[in-house]
Design a protein around this ligand. Structure first.
Ligand SMILES: Cc1cc2nc3c(=O)[nH]c(=O)nc-3n(C[C@H](O)[C@H](O)[C@H](O)COP(=O)(O)OP(=O)(O)OC[C@H]3O[C@@H](n4cnc5c(N)ncnc54)[C@H](O)[C@@H]3O)c2cc1C
Length: 313
C-alpha cells in the first residue's frame, strides 16, 4: 500500500504545501506517490527531493473538482493508495469530498498533524474556531486535507525517483468552470505566506496600508486584515483572516491594531510566532502572542521596517 499526495501548482510554481504533503507521507512510512497534474519534470524533482518515491504525471484541461477527483481516485486505485493527502486549499476543499466518496473513504479536513501508518492514521485538527484540538484515529481508506504551512518539509530525500505518466483523465464531468474573475489579489498568496503582516481597525483607515505593505515587502510576506478592516471597505475580502475569511498558518503573524477576537484567532491561531502591536495592554491578542508590543502601531511599524531593512538589506 502507499500514500498518495496530491500536488498543487500556482501559475508555474509548485505550491509549498505539495512538498509538505510528500514530507507528511514519509511520517506514515510511505512509499509516497505524488500526483502531479499539469506539472513539469522540474516540479517532479522538487517532489522527489521532499519525500516522493514515485511521481505520477497526469493531464487535465479545464479545472473542475470532478475532473481532479476522478484522476485522484483512479491513481489511488492504480497505486493501491489507501491514504490520500490533499492541500486544505480552495481547490483541495473543492475536490476532497468527491475523492472520499469515490474511494468510500473517511474524510478529515484541515489537519495540522498526522502520524500512524497507511492502514491506521491519527490526525490532529483545530475545532471550535481554534479553541480546542481534536485528535482523531481512523482506519484506511482515508482522505485528509492538510493545512498549508503546518508540516515540516523534508529535503534531500533519496528514494526510488520513479517518474510515471497516467492515462487517467478527467472522466465524466457534469459541471464545467465557465471563467475565473481575479479579485484584487495579493503579491504573495496569503495562505502560502510564511510571514503575514495584518491590519485591523486600529490602523484607522486605508491610508495606512502602504505602511504595512512596506513591512510585508521587506520581509517577503503578505498583507492580511481583520474583518473590521474589510467591513469598513479599507481592503478587499481576499485579505481577510478569520472564521469568515482565510485560515492561515505562517511562521510569523504580525497583528497590527487587531484586538484578537475569537473569530480572528480562528484563522491565525496556529501561526508559529505571533507578534502583536496594540496600544491596549489588555487586548486579548496578547494572550496568544509570542511577542507583544504595547504601543502606537504608527510608531512601531515604521521603526520595525527600518530595522529589518538594515538587517536584511
Ligand atoms: C459570525 C462572525 C464571523 C466573524 N468572522 C471574522 C473573521 O473572519 N475575521 C475577523 O477578523 N473578524 C471576524 N469577526 C469579527 C470579530 O468578532 C471582530 O469584530 C473583529 O475581528 C475585530 O477586528 P479588529 O480587531 O480589527 O477591531 P477591534 O476589535 O476594534 O480592535 C482594534 C484594536 O486596535 C487597537 N488600536 C487602536 N489604535 C491603535 C494604534 N494606534 N496602535 C496600536 N493599536 C491600536 C485597539 O486597542 C484595539 O485592540 C466575525 C464576527 C462574527 C460575529
Amino acid at each position: 500500500m502507499s500514500i498518495l499526495a496530491v500536488a498543487e501548482l500556482k501559475g508555474d510554481s509548485l505550491k509549498k504545501i505539495s512538498r509538505e504533503l510528500t514530507s507528511a507521507g514519509r511520517k506514515l512510512g510511505g512509499p509516497v506517490v505524488a500526483l502531479l497534474i499539469n506539472g513539469t519534470d522540474a516540479h517532479a524533482n522538487e517532489l522527489f527531493d521532499a519525500g516522493a518515491d514515485t511521481v505520477v504525471k497526469a493531464s487535465l484541461g479545464e479545472y473542475s473538482p470532478q475532473g481532479v477527483a476522478n484522476i485522484v481516485a483512479a491513481v489511488a486505485a492504480e497505486k493501491g493508495a489507501k491514504v490520500v493527502l490533499a492541500p486544505h486549499s480552495i481547490q483541495g476543499k473543492d475536490y476532497a469530498g468527491r475523492v472520499a466518496i469515490a474511494m468510500n473513504a473517511s474524510l478529515v479536513a484541515d489537519i495540522i498533524e498526522v502520524k500512524g501508518s497507511d492502514s491506521a492514521v491519527e490526525v490532529k485538527k483545530p475545532i471550535y474556531s481554534g479553541k480546542a484540538y481534536a485528535n482523531i484515529k481512523l482506519s484506511a481508506p482515508a482522505v485528509l486535507t492538510v493545512r498549508p504551512n503546518s508540516q515540516e518539509v523534508v529535503s534531500g530525500y533519496a528514494g526510488a525517483k520513479a517518474l510515471e505518466t497516467t492515462s487517467a483523465g478527467e472522466g465524466a464531468v457534469s459541471s464545467k468552470l465557465a471563467n475565473v474573475e481575479m479579485s484584487g489579489g495579493t503579491k504573495v498568496a496569503l495562505t502560502d505566506a510564511s510571514i503575514i503582516v495584518s491590519g485591523g481597525r486600529g490602523i484607522k483607515g486605508p491610508e495606512a496600508w502602504p505602511m504595512l505593505q512596506e513591512l510585508a515587502d521587506t520581509l517577503g510576506g503578505a498583507l492580511g486584515a481583520s474583518r473590521a478592516a474589510v467591513d469598513a471597505g479599507w481592503i478587499d475580502h481576499g485579505h481577510q483572516v478569520g472564521q469568515t475569511g482565510k485560515t492561515v498558518s505562517p511562521n510569523c503573524y504580525i497583528a497590527c491594531g487587531i484586538s484578537g477576537a475569537i473569530q480572528h484567532l480562528a484563522g491565525m491561531g496556529s501561526s508559529k510566532y505571533i507578534v502583536a502591536i496594540n496600544k491596549d495592554p489588555d487586548a486579548p491578542i496578547f494572550k496568544v502572542a509570542t511577542y507583544g508590543v504595547v504601543d502606537d502601531l504608527f510608531k512601531v511599524v515604521p521603526a520595525l521596517t527600518g530595522e529589518f531593512k538594515k538587517v536584511l538589506g
